[in-house]
Design a protein around this ligand. Structure first.
Ligand SMILES: C[S@@+](CC[C@H](N)C(=O)[O-])C[C@H]1O[C@@H](n2cnc3c(N)ncnc32)[C@H](O)[C@@H]1O
Length: 264
């Protein structure tokens, strides 16, 4: 699938996605993924940062609240419009631009750090996206990103439960299928049934690469991996918030921080 088709899918998702994410239905993001991402982020106060694939901008705002001078790009104009409206309502100095993560509209060496929250794996060319992120970083700067875990969320994934409904195991398959734009249709699982019934499912183009291919792309872009994380909930939270319980058994997300050489 090419760039234009990916952009069209995300533009079609953007209105409902923004409304539902802001209503708290992107529970994996808000309750697990973003808190772990931020906990593992080096200090960013005063730094110039780029958030790649920012969506409605909620995570970009968290970076700005930590004192970073943020720029953010997304391919879907409706996401950028919503992000700008939130910025206008409560300014944090964020510049939101419509832009393609695989061809960033910035000069080489423009940023002290870059982030990509659950977006690189949605881009039509992961290699170009990582290469572009590396290009716009200053020497010594870092890229931190989260993706669907290549090992535990490949194209086939099923959560297996026991008779009481407790998560018992994760079944995975098609790990070596390098898919390029297979459409997955889904709702935010945490949305109430009546909310789900009132809107079309999201249509998300899936691109899958193996763990070793991800590492090869990062290293090939001239970045050195310095930190990785696999967010999970503890047993108590799994019991209290069954929606997140799968991450107590095996990770759904992978976080990587990688740094550009100081001499680059
Ligand atoms: C799963 S959403 C994540 C959004 C946001 N980072 C968050 O955490 O809420 C993936 C985002 O990647 C964006 N995206 C997909 N392909 C892109 C590309 N080539 N360039 C920029 N953004 C892209 C989509 O529009 C969407 O906003």
């Amino acid at each position: 699938m090419d760039r234009a088709n990916v952009a069209a899918c995300w533009e079609a998702n953007a209105e409902t996605w923004t409304r539902q994410a802001r209503a708290g239905y992107d529970l994996y993001r808000d309750a697990l993924n973003t808190p772990v991402f931020l906990a593992n982020l080096p200090p960013i106060a005063g730094l110039a940062g780029l958030d790649i694939g920012c969506g409605e901008g909620g995570n970009t705002r968290k970076l700005a609240e930590r004192g970073a001078r943020m720029t953010a790009v997304d391919i879907a104009p409706t996401f950028i419009r919503h992000a700008r409206e939130a910025e206008a309502e409560k300014p944090l100095g964020i510049a939101y631009l419509e832009g393609d993560g695989t061809a960033l509209p910035f000069a080489a060496g423009s940023f002290d750090f870059a982030t990509a929250f659950m977006s690189l794996m949605d881009m039509h060319r992961h290699d170009l996206a990582i290469g572009e992120a590396a290009r716009v970083l200053k020497p010594g700067a870092f890229l931190q990103f989260s993706i669907l875990h290549p090992c535990f969320a490949p194209p086939y994934r099923k959560v297996l439960r026991d008779e009481a409904g407790n998560v018992r195991a994760i079944e995975v398959g098609r790990y070596f299928d390098g898919i390029d734009g297979e459409i997955e249709s889904w709702h935010f699982g945490a949305a109430p049934a009546e909310v789900k019934a009132s809107v079309e499912r999201f249509r998300v183009p899936r691109f899958h690469r193996t763990l070793s291919e991800w590492v090869a792309m990062v290293v090939g872009a001239g970045l050195a991996i310095e930190h990785m994380a696999e967010p999970r909930v503890d047993a108590q939270t799994a019991q209290a918030v069954p929606y997140l319980a799968d991450t107590h058994i095996a990770p759904l997300f992978l976080h990587i921080r990688a740094r550009k050489g100081a001499a680059a």
